[in-house]
Design a protein around this ligand. Structure first.
Ligand SMILES: [Zn+2]
Length: 541
C-alpha cells in the first residue's frame, strides 16, 4: 500500500520494536493503531511517511507478537477455583501439606460449610482417599477436585451429605470409586462430580452452597490479571452456564473484562438461548457467544477418555459420558439452527463417534461455512485426520500436556499412542485447522509454556520426550496460538494478526520466542500486554 491514509483529525500511534511478528503477509517492524484497530503495518519509516501526525511508541529491543488466544480455557471454573484451597502440586508438594491445609480449613468451618480444594493431581501429589480426608477434616464435608476437573475425592461426611451409602448405584454418566474390597473410596467420577460441584453442568440439587456472584467476581478479577500477565488477550470459556454469562456480563459492565471472552454454552442450557434467538456470534468484541458445548467422553489426565485400545496394562477403555442418541439429538438441533458446536472428545473411539454425527449432518443438512469444533481431539490416526479435513472441522488440542505430564503419558497410554496424541504436526500436515488451548485448570495456562510444549514435546519436570514426531516449529506454534485460535472462535477476520482491520491486541516480550532455544520459550518475560491499543498489564520494573 502507498499514499497517505485519511484518518481525519485523530492521531494514530505507531508501535515499533526490534522484532514484530505481525502474522501478516509482508515483513514489518511496526504497525499503526487508531482506536482499537490496526490501520497499517510495515517499516517504521514507511509508516511515519504515511502518517506524519502519528505518535511513535518504540519498545526498543523487545519483540511484539499478536496477543495470545486460548481457544479452550475455563474462566467460570477458575473464578470458582481461585476461591478454594489451592491444592495443586506446585502449592502443596505432597499429601502431608495438602491434608494440613484441609485440616486447617475444616477447623475454621461453620455449620453447613464445605471444605473445597482445587487442582489436586494424584499423579504428582499421591493417592488421596476418603480415609485420609476423614482424619484431616473429621465431620466437615470435604471435596477435593482433581486438576482435570473430571473427578474429585470426598470424605465420609460429604458422601453422607450427598446421600451416598455403600450400596448406592452411580448416577448416569458417572461412577463412584471403590477400593480393592469394593468399599466406596470417596472418588466421584464424571457426572457424579459435575452434578454436584459445577453450576454450569449441574442438574441435581447440590448440598454445596454455590458461591455468590460477588465472590466469583473476585475470582474472575484474579484470573484476568494472571492471564493478561501471561500474554493472553482473548480466550474462549469452554463451558458456561446462564450464571457464568451473568457473571461475565457484570464484569463487562464494570469495565473489568479487558480479556476478550468467547463462550461455549453448556448444551443443557441451549434450549433457553434458542428461544431467545441467541446463537454463535451474538455479543460484542469483548463478550461473545462462540457456540455450544457438548461432551462425548472423559479426560486424558484423569484417565477416563474413551479409547479403542485400553489404557496401558489394563483392560479399561474409559467412559462415554453422554449417551449416543442424546448426543446426536442435541448436536442436530444446534447444527439445524446454524450454530457452532464444540464437543469434548478425547479418545479415538469418542472422536469417531462424534465424526459419525458431524458427517451425517453435513450430508443430510449441509451448512456451508458452519465449522464445528472437536475439543481436545487428543488421540487421532490417519483415518480421523482425513475425515476431519473433509468436514473442515477444527481441532482444539491441549498445547501443554507433554510439558506438564511428561513421561507419565507414555506410562498411561503407551509410546505408540502418545505419538498420535495432541497431534499438532499431524493436524498441520493434514490441513486441519488447529487452535491453541490449555484447558486450564486442567493444564498450565501460560501460552508460552504451551508453545514450548508443542515445539519440544518434553516434560518440564522429568525431561521425558513424549511423541517427538509431533514436534512443530516455534513459528507454527505461534500461528496456532493466534491465527488458529481465532479461527476456532469464528474471529479469523479480526483477530490473530497485526494487520489492517484487525484488533490491536498484542504482547511485548523480552525475547523473540521464534529465535530463542526452544527450551527457553516458557521462560521469556512479558513486558506489556495490550488490548485494543490500550495497555492492560505491565511488568513491575
Ligand atoms: Zn475443558
Amino acid at each position: 500500500m502507498t499514499g497517505a491514509i485519511d484518518v481525519d483529525e485523530a492521531t494514530p500511534t505507531i508501535f515499533r520494536a526490534r522484532t514484530v511478528h505481525t502474522q501478516g503477509s509482508a515483513p514489518a517492524d511496526a504497525f499503526a493503531v487508531l482506536g482499537e484497530r490496526v490501520i497499517a503495518s510495515g517499516s517504521t519509516a514507511a509508516l511515519r511517511e504515511r502518517l506524519p501526525n502519528a505518535t511513535v511508541h518504540d519498545f526498543g529491543d523487545a519483540t511484539i507478537v499478536p496477543g495470545f488466544n486460548d481457544a479452550h480455557i475455563h474462566m467460570g471454573l477458575t473464578a470458582e477455583d481461585l476461591l478454594h484451597l489451592d491444592v495443586s502440586h506446585a502449592a502443596v508438594g505432597g499429601l502431608d501439606e495438602l491434608l494440613r491445609l484441609v485440616g486447617d480449613q475444616a477447623s475454621r468451618s461453620g455449620p453447613g460449610q464445605w471444605v473445597r480444594g482445587s487442582r489436586y493431581d494424584d499423579a504428582k501429589t499421591g493417592v488421596l482417599t476418603r480415609r485420609e480426608l476423614d482424619i484431616a477434616a473429621g465431620d466437615v464435608p470435604t471435596l477435593i477436585t482433581h486438576v482435570a476437573a473430571h473427578w474429585g475425592v470426598v470424605n465420609s461426611a460429604a458422601l453422607a451429605a450427598l446421600g451416598y451409602h455403600e450400596d448406592s448405584a452411580p448416577p448416569p454418566g458417572g461412577d463412584l470409586g471403590r477400593d480393592a474390597e469394593g468399599r466406596l473410596d470417596g472418588r466421584l467420577i464424571e457426572r457424579a462430580l459435575m452434578d454436584v460441584a459445577y453450576p454450569a453442568t449441574s442438574t441435581a440439587d447440590s448440598p454445596i452452597r454455590p458461591s455468590t456472584q460477588a465472590e466469583r467476581l473476585t475470582g474472575l478479577h484474579r484470573a484476568v490479571e494472571q492471564w493478561h500477565a501471561a500474554g493472553l488477550t482473548s480466550i474462549c470459556d469452554a463451558l458456561v452456564s446462564p450464571a457464568d454469562i451473568a457473571l461475565l456480563r457484570r464484569a463487562r459492565e464494570e469495565g473489568a473484562l479487558t480479556l476478550r471472552t468467547g463462550m461455549l454454552l453448556a448444551v443443557s442450557h441451549y434450549e433457553k438461548a434458542r428461544e431467545l434467538g441467541i446463537g454463535s456470534g451474538f455479543g460484542d468484541d469483548y463478550l461473545r457467544l462462540t457456540g455450544v458445548k457438548g461432551f462425548v467422553d472423559g479426560a486424558v489426565g484423569g484417565r477416563t477418555c474413551l479409547l479403542s485400545e485400553p489404557f496401558s496394562g489394563t483392560d479399561y477403555h474409559g467412559l462415554q459420558t453422554t449417551e449416543s442418541a442424546e448426543l446426536r439429538e442435541s448436536i442436530a438441533q444446534v447444527h439445524r439452527d446454524g450454530n457452532r458446536m464444540g464437543v469434548h472428545a478425547n479418545g479415538d473411539a469418542a472422536i469417531r463417534l462424534l465424526l459419525d454425527i458431524y458427517e451425517d449432518l453435513a450430508r443430510t443438512d449441509p451448512k456451508p461455512g458452519l465449522r464445528h469444533r472437536i475439543e481436545h481431539c487428543t488421540v487421532v490416526d490417519d483415518e480421523i485426520l482425513k475425515r476431519m479435513r473433509a468436514l473442515d472441522a477444527i481441532a482444539v488440542p491441549f498445547a501443554g500436556y507433554p510439558a506438564y505430564y511428561g513421561g507419565l503419558l507414555d506410562s498411561w497410554y503407551g509410546r505408540e499412542r502418545t505419538a498420535r496424541m495432541f497431534a499438532h504436526r499431524s493436524f498441520l500436515d493434514a490441513g486441519v485447522t488447529v487452535a491453541g488451548s490449555s484447558d486450564y485448570p486442567c493444564g498450565p495456562y501460560q501460552p508460552l509454556l504451551g508453545m514450548q510444549s508443542m515445539v519440544t514435546r518434553r516434560g518440564v519436570d522429568d525431561g521425558a520426550l513424549v511423541g517427538a514426531s509431533q514436534r512443530i516449529s516455534a513459528a507454527e506454534a505461534l500461528e496456532i496460538f493466534t491465527v488458529g485460535s481465532a479461527a476456532a472462535c469464528g474471529d479469523e477476520h479480526h483477530k490473530g494478526r497485526l494487520a489492517p482491520g484487525y484488533l490491536a491486541d498484542f504482547v511485548v516480550l523480552d525475547e523473540d520466542p521464534l529465535a530463542v532455544d526452544p527450551d527457553a520459550i516458557a521462560g521469556i518475560q512479558g513486558r506489556h500486554t495490550y488490548v485494543g491499543g490500550t495497555p492492560v498489564w505491565s511488568a513491575r520494573s
